[in-house]
Ligand binder design. Structure first.
Ligand code: ZN
Length: 418
């Protein structure tokens, strides 16, 4: 049940995320796990201070209270989980965001709807007839759920939904048990915008794209055809005993990848890293020893990054231009401490969690699309074993493999060419 709802939301995000005309948003990620708990949080950073603060406060609250609960619950021998995911939509008039939290088996949703002209939040009745919306919701509700819902509860609770909007629909969200004591998921009702008299100018699509630090385009790799689909394989936490095989597999298949390295492992594997550079792979900075950056002081953060830059420069004569935070742990403060371009991912193979090679292959290729960044770790044998198949499937789908910097070049060229 839990999974189903997450997948629905994920799909909504993909629908809005795929369209090139929708503004790209920066995604913040927190991954934190140990033997007792797993935390995985993704949330958008919009660039509108007020909106970002509200979202951040909720995320921080959720995370801190989860951690607090863990420290008081230490005796328990169960694995506790906190997951937060989001949907995001922005056009010329509004911004509409949902956060969906699953803590163990409990679900919670938050929605953020703002007019962009003044960054004030709006309600359904600000944009259309609430009565009409509720009438439609009522009809859809009974059509979909029939007699599994309680008519008295519907009368009582229908009027106060959480809601969000994208270019297609108005979505209404009702918490578990709103309409039935037995139904334990959020109910999502989508009403096509064309059935509603929405009073924005129109739900216009925008074509703003946001990139953090532009990488300069002087050195354009002419081999990459910007008309073909590109994809970036990335490997974290290395180098390791598998690196040599991984770079051989890449070379045999005419592919390149980007490796986010830990500074403390670099000297041990310097020969294989030199070879990796010669093969055209890119190296990035992944901190010195995989610390949880948001918990460090500014000085400690800078040291994590600079020590890694220095050791890579000194042993390999190579200067990384990109950085990926360990655990994806990053916030505004950490970002301010970093001069390198911060690179996250949009496809997570979760190879640290899944033991099956087939599962890793499937997760890598299933949602692969143009300009995707795939996250893997070079510390697992199963990931290395999955690699040849991942490459061959993606090749079959018409992808060209690029490094992160090449990906940026392609993006910039595409922007220049409209
Ligand atoms: Zn890592």
């Amino acid at each position: 049940m839990k999974l189903k709802v997450i997948m629905i939301l994920f799909f909504l995000f993909i629908l809005s995320g795929c369209s090139k005309e929708v503004k790209e948003v920066q995604i913040e990620t927190i991954i934190d796990e140990n033997a007792h708990y797993k935390v995985s949080i993704n949330y958008p950073k919009t660039g509108y201070e007020k909106v970002d603060k509200e979202i951040y406060d909720y995320i921080d609250d959720s995370y801190q209270s989860f951690l607090k609960k863990q420290s008081t619950n230490k005796a328990l021998d169960t694995l506790e989980e906190l997951n937060i995911d989001y949907t995001y939509f922005e056009n010329n008039d509004i911004i509409s965001i949902t956060l969906f939290k699953v803590q163990n088996n409990e679900q919670e949703m938050k929605t953020y709807n703002y007019m962009l002209k003044n960054i004030e939040s709006f309600s359904i009745e600000n944009i259309t007839s609430q009565d009409m919306v509720l009438k439609k919701a009522n009809t859809i509700l009974f059509k979909r759920f029939g007699n599994t819902i309680d008519i008295n509860l519907v009368e009582k609770n229908l009027e106060t939904p959480l809601f969000s909007i994208d270019q297609e629909n108005l979505y209404l969200y009702y918490p578990p048990k709103t309409f039935s004591n037995t139904y334990s998921d959020f109910i999502i009702i989508d009403i096509p915008l064309e059935e509603l008299d929405i009073t924005f100018e129109k739900i216009q699509k925008t074509s703003i794209e946001v990139y953090e630090n532009q990488i300069n385009t002087e050195k354009v790799n002419s081999i990459i055809d910007t008309n073909s689909k590109v994809i970036a394989l990335t490997f974290d936490d290395g180098p390791s005993g598998y690196t040599e095989e991984i770079i051989s597999i890449l070379k045999e298949n005419d592919a390149v990848a980007t490796f986010f390295l830990l500074g403390n492992k670099v000297t041990t594997y310097q020969e294989v890293l030199k070879k990796s550079i010669e093969h055209g792979n890119e190296l990035g900075n992944h901190t010195y020893n995989h610390k949880w950056l948001t918990k460090l002081s500014d000085g400690e953060i800078k040291k994590q990054i600079e020590d890694t830059q220095t050791i890579i420069k000194d042993t390999l004569g190579y200067t990384p231009k990109i950085f990926r935070p360990s655990y994806g742990s990053i916030n505004k403060r950490v970002r301010n401490d970093i001069d390198l371009k911060v690179v996250l991912w949009n496809i997570d193979t979760m190879d640290w969690k899944y033991k099956s090679v087939d599962k890793i292959i499937d997760r890598a290729v299933r949602n692969a699309s143009d300009e995707s960044i795939i996250l893997m770790h070079e510390t697992y044998e199963r990931t290395k074993d999955a690699l040849p198949k991942i490459i061959s499937i993606l090749k079959e789908k018409g992808f060209t493999f690029v490094t992160i910097s090449e990906l940026e070049e392609v993006r910039n060229l595409r922007k220049l060419n409209g």
